[in-house]
Design a protein around this ligand. Structure first.
Ligand code: AMP
Ligand code: ZN
Ligand code: FE
Ligand code: FE
Length: 292
């Protein structure tokens, strides 16, 4: 089994890239993809540990993007070249934006009489991409709430009083970045489109016109009905099928690596199709360049 959606301390997970790979080995997973938000900083250390433990680590990233008429969606980029300069520059900009958005959230909380400091949040996030889970942790630390769940409920959820939107790429730019870095772009957790589920065929067609090549069919929160529905759509549109848990360690304690809410199983053969698609494109790009 494999898990193609995981987060480490490079973004808002609680296990270091190395510890994540160690847990994968313990769980008997043959491969994981490290899909941290807006960063590839964890990929090399995870791959290094993976080599020693016999766990393949797919270089990947998760990007928030906005799609006209739909709003925020998440895209996963697999088999990206983590040294690609255009991608790295854009990710660095997104992380800067995350930091300033984090400061704005801290300000809002302060205006409400809820005090946490920017330094505290930065200490929790370390060098990683700053996200709401880090702010939630600071709120717990200072005793403003009893749990991260309560932090989101009272302050940080998208309709909460301290919520600040973060900068998103347009979907076509996000997909373009992934493809330019030699990667395969996949729509993450289609369940989160919520009531817009009925619009999914249209959403997929729009994204495919921008270069989308896959859909995350298996996911911790997907019901078996949703898995059937998304599998059928994948077949209808000729999209790759992927799956992963969205493991975040203690920041989402209900999600288990490789198993989601205990029933998710992602077969290793999914990785082969993903790899073929990425390799085929790299090979054809090289051929094109050879012709000049
Ligand atoms: P951000 O990227 O800063 O917008 O934060 C998104 C992260 O916060 C994701 O990892 C989500 O899983 C987590 N998150 C979002 N909403 C909630 C919520 N209501 N309860 C717990 N975690 C949440
Ligand atoms: Zn996350
Ligand atoms: Fe996501
Ligand atoms: Fe995720």
């Amino acid at each position: 089994m494999i898990d193609l959606h995981t987060h480490s301390t490079a973004s808002d997970g609680t296990l270091s890239p190395e510890a994540l790979v160690e847990l994968a080995a313990e769980r008997g997973l043959s491969a994981i993809a490290l899909t941290d938000h807006d960063t590839v900083a964890g990929v090399a250390p995870a791959q290094e540990r993976g080599k020693a433990l016999g766990v393949e680590v797919v270089p990947a990233v998760e990007l928030g993007a906005s799609l006209d008429g739909v709003g925020e969606i998440h895209l996963l980029g697999y088999f990206i070249d983590i040294k690609n300069k255009t991608l790295r520059d854009r990710l660095a900009w997104l992380r800067d934006e995350r930091r300033s958005r984090g400061r704005k959230i801290v300000e809002r909380l302060k205006d409400m009489g809820v005090s946490i400091s920017v330094e505290q949040v930065e200490k929790i996030a370390k060098v990683g991409s700053v996200g709401r889970p880090h702010i939630a942790r600071a709120l717990v630390e200072n005793g403003h709430v009893a749990s991260m769940k309560e932090a989101f409920e009272r302050y940080l959820k998208s309709t909460g009083p301290a919520y600040v939107k973060r900068e998103l790429l347009n979907a076509d730019e996000a997909i373009g970045l992934v493809r330019e870095a030699g990667g395969v772009a996949v729509l993450a957790h289609p369940c989160t489109l919520g009531r817009k589920d009925r619009e999914l065929p249209w959403v997929l067609q729009s994204l495919m016109a921008m270069g989308l090549e896959g859909i995350e069919v298996f996911y911790s929160q997907h019901t078996s009905e949703q898995v059937w529905q998304y599998e059928e759509l994948a077949q209808r549109f000729g999209l790759l099928v992927t799956g992963g848990s969205d493991f975040h360690g203690a920041n989402k304690p209900e999600i288990e690596l490789g198993r989601g809410h205990t029933t998710m199983q992602v077969p290793a053969k999914m990785l082969a199709s993903l790899r073929h698609t990425a390799e085929f494109r790299t090979a054809s790009t090289e051929r094109r360049h050879d012709n000049f």
